[in-house]
Design a protein around this ligand. Structure first.
Ligand code: ZN
Length: 185
């Protein structure tokens, strides 16, 4: 059974103190864990998908424009991958391009409007691990789609964070009890 790691929205805008929509300390605390799971995925020869929000500047037709400040605008500092894990992710994209992919997305779910499902199916991936941000927004919506599409899903709680503690705890419980997701440490 092939496995894939999905790293969701671990970008400057979602993590850095100066980011536009940042989880700040809660997000920054994940950096070494995410770096570690990326390295482990490479050692295990798993597929790695760097799933990253890429919005267009001044696009009033983007549904998120009415909900959030502009964030992860394509080509800007805010959309760049954050920290030590960003350095490692960029290295993996360069060094193992046949098994590491950068996947831009415009909605919460990394499956919506992307080739993710067909890419996973071609590669016979049945089991996915999801880390990154935010647990109750982009991770939750990605995980719901993954579960409906029949993937076995793991969301390690040490690898995800939210803008609020309430959102973090609720989303982990919901994924565990209502979707059967493994949310181990
Ligand atoms: Zn967004």
């Amino acid at each position: 059974m092939n496995k894939a790691l999905l790293v969701i929205d671990y970008s400057n805008d979602f993590v850095d103190d100066n980011g536009a929509l940042s989880c700040k300390a809660a997000g920054q605390a994940l950096d070494s864990f995410i770096a570690g799971v990326i390295e482990k995925a490479a050692i295990d020869n798993d597929f790695i998908f760097i799933c990253n929000d890429e919005h267009q500047a001044f696009d009033s037709y983007d549904p998120e424009a009415a909900l959030f400040p502009p964030h992860n605008i394509a080509g800007t500092w805010g959309a760049e991958l954050y920290g030590q894990s960003g350095v490692i992710a960029r290295r993996m994209l360069e060094q193992r391009p046949q098994k590491t992919y950068y996947l831009p997305k415009t909605r919460y779910s990394a499956f919506f409007g992307t080739k993710l499902d067909s890419m996973l199916r071609c590669r016979k991936v049945e089991s996915i691990t999801v880390v990154g941000l935010c647990t109750d927004i982009c991770i939750l919506h990605t995980v719901i789609d993954a579960c409906y599409l029949g993937y076995k899903v793991c969301v390690p709680q040490s690898g995800c964070a939210s803008l609020t503690d309430v959102g973090q705890n609720w989303a982990l419980q919901h994924m565990e009890y209502c979707l059967g997701v493994e949310c181990r440490k």
